[in-house]
Design a protein around this ligand. Structure first.
Ligand code: ATP
Ligand code: FE
Length: 319
């Protein structure tokens, strides 16, 4: 929950990780049911924490896509119900746009980045580089040709027997290994443009495991390869948007210290990494994107349909 300026009044996240971990990944049906079970309590908690009632709100924003349809339908319907019941405007937010705008949250950085800036979205479901040119104006400069980078971390971790989600476990293991011990490919390194590819790296990890390399060495070498590739892609992205004011990272992989260090050194741009709780999926960023659109005059219809697929460059510019 945000105040009219965008300052955080209260926030809560219910992570479903434990419910999904024993299946080794997100199970759509479990996700939808958990949304339904948890959402009313979460909203009540946040209102209590802020000392406000629904009638005090100026609008309700909910994620309307892209993603698993079950959770989207539950969240968007709940948001619409809340808004309709209290006669408030409703906004269906694109969750990628919310990631893109998080860095502009007031108070997060001494200066919010001015448009245009570069966004590297590095999560379990997405790996893309975006030119953020204004509210609703996003140009995708590159994307992954196969796996998302978080997915690559998770698959590599699984090959080494680490629990899901594997990213944080792999980073911890890598700290005890030698990053030069295992020769691994660096896909698309040096290639013009800003696309990504990780499936070859995953195959190479599988082979290294088969050959009996120490898992800590494989983890360290894998992480070094990913960091080097991301840094190289960031350099090429900067060449595609030379007047960028900053390089912003979002998504769970932005938690990785080796990745952060490589990105900070990759370009002369200031690296802006929001705190981790705002890098991974969260309601604060959705409220902020909603607030920006509300201020721009947008109101979404109550029959707005959630979209499982909703690329950033198909977003409308509010006017
Ligand atoms: P999306 O929101 O794009 O649909 P998602 O919900 O999977 O995808 P996030 O919650 O932003 O995305 O990120 C989760 C991913 O981040 C997982 O793949 C996880 O392994 C990875 N991750 C988290 N911490 C680290 C870390 N320290 N190092 C590497 N990867 C990490
Ligand atoms: Fe996300």
């Amino acid at each position: 929950m945000l105040d009219p300026e965008g300052r955080i009044l209260a926030e809560a996240v219910f992570t479903q990780q434990e419910e999904h971990a024993r299946f080794g990944g997100v199970v759509p049906e479990i996700a939808a049911r958990a949304h339904l079970a948890r959402l009313p309590g979460l909203v009540r908690r946040v209102l209590e924490e802020a000392g406000l009632g629904v009638a005090d709100l100026g609008g309700v924003a909910a994620t309307a896509g892209p993603g698993l349809i079950g959770g989207l339908v539950v969240g968007a319907s709940y948001g619409k119900g809340l808004a309709m019941g209290a006669g408030l405007p409703f906004l269906g937010v694109n969750h990628l746009e919310a990631h893109a705008l998080t860095a502009r949250l007031p108070g997060l950085f001494p200066e919010p980045p001015a448009y245009p800036y570069l966004l590297l979205l590095l999560s379990g479901g997405h790996c893309q580089c975006v030119a953020v040119e204004g509210l609703g104006r996003y140009r995708r400069l590159g994307t992954t040709l196969d796996d998302a980078v978080g997915e690559a971390f998770d698959k590599a971790a699984k090959l080494m027997g680490l629990p899901w989600p594997g990213g944080p476990h792999l980073e911890r293991l890598a700290a005890t290994g030698d990053a030069r011990a295992v020769p691994l490919p660096r896909p698309l390194l040096g290639r013009v443009g800003c696309d990504f590819s990780f499936s070859g790296l995953k195959t190479a990890v599988a082979q290294a495991v088969g050959k009996g390399f120490a898992h800590a060495d494989i983890a360290a070498s894998f992480q070094a390869s990913v960091a080097a590739v991301l840094a190289d892609r960031a350099r090429h992205a900067h060449a595609m948007l030379p007047d960028a004011t900053a390089l912003v990272v979002a998504g769970g992989v932005a938690a990785n210290q080796a990745v952060r260090a490589a990105l900070a050194a990759a370009t002369p741009l200031h690296l802006l990494a929001p705190p981790l709780r705002l890098c991974t999926d969260n309601a604060v960023m959705v409220a902020w994107a909603g607030l920006e659109r509300l201020r721009a005059g947008q109101r979404d219809p109550m029959d707005l349909a959630p979209r499982p697929r909703w690329p950033l460059d198909e977003l409308a510019v509010p006017h």
